[in-house]
Design a protein around this ligand. Sequence first.
Ligand code: ZN
Length: 272
Amino acid sequence: MSPGVSPGVSPRVSPIAQQRYWPLALLAPLAVTAVNLVPALTSVAPARRLLLPGLAGMSDSDAVALTYDDGPDPASTPAFLDLLDRHDTRATFFLLGAHVTDNAALVREMADRGHELAIHGWDHQCLALKRPGRIRGELARAAEAVEAATGRSPGYYRPPYGVLTAEGAYAARSAGLQTVLWSTWGRDWSRRATPDSVVRKVERVLAPGGTVLLHDTDRTSATGSWRTTLAASEVLLTSWRARGIRAIPLRDHGIGVGRRTPEPIVWTTQDN
Ligand SMILES: [Zn+2]
């Protein structure tokens, strides 16, 4: 906070000057509040789609970007690779760096099978709970682990829970990563999720140019939930193909190239 907006204004400042400062003094707490609200804003999908379309993964593409979070997981990820192969589809996988080195062969296979690898963080801790100064090193370390396994640098970052802090945004930029969250998800991590509920949840707000979030592991979700996601993915891919909707990785989505107007989107205040 600058001296000019401090509640304790210098006595040498004239009363007239003080009058000029008072709106700033009023705005300062609001600005601080706004900064603190940013992580909450980014984590709420309807607000994100409306106010931050690029961050929500929305582009002018006619396709939908298909993304999976929380892997790699040798217990479940291979099943998704086989499913995507059967549908001749490539997706983006947001990986946790802590699991990349131990599963380097799987990570290499994911890249070799044409999928895009991105960074979900070193671990799954919410950025808002991390000790200041940690994120930059963790993102760089995770990106290095992916690069060591595949020989390719990741291009995208998605913080756990969609909570993006100012430090996280800066750290991502420093690591050469573009932050992309999602415009629709299937709540596939829930214990109550079924393939049908995941499909309905995704389809309810999905529009061309959107980005879909699912999970290829139950590492941070209800036990066995990846099987629900796998079944839902099969239904979604089959349905999209029948309707002429292409599912693509983020690298082909053209985020930041254009800006889709919100009219075609069916907004809902309940979805996140
Ligand atoms: Zn996650």
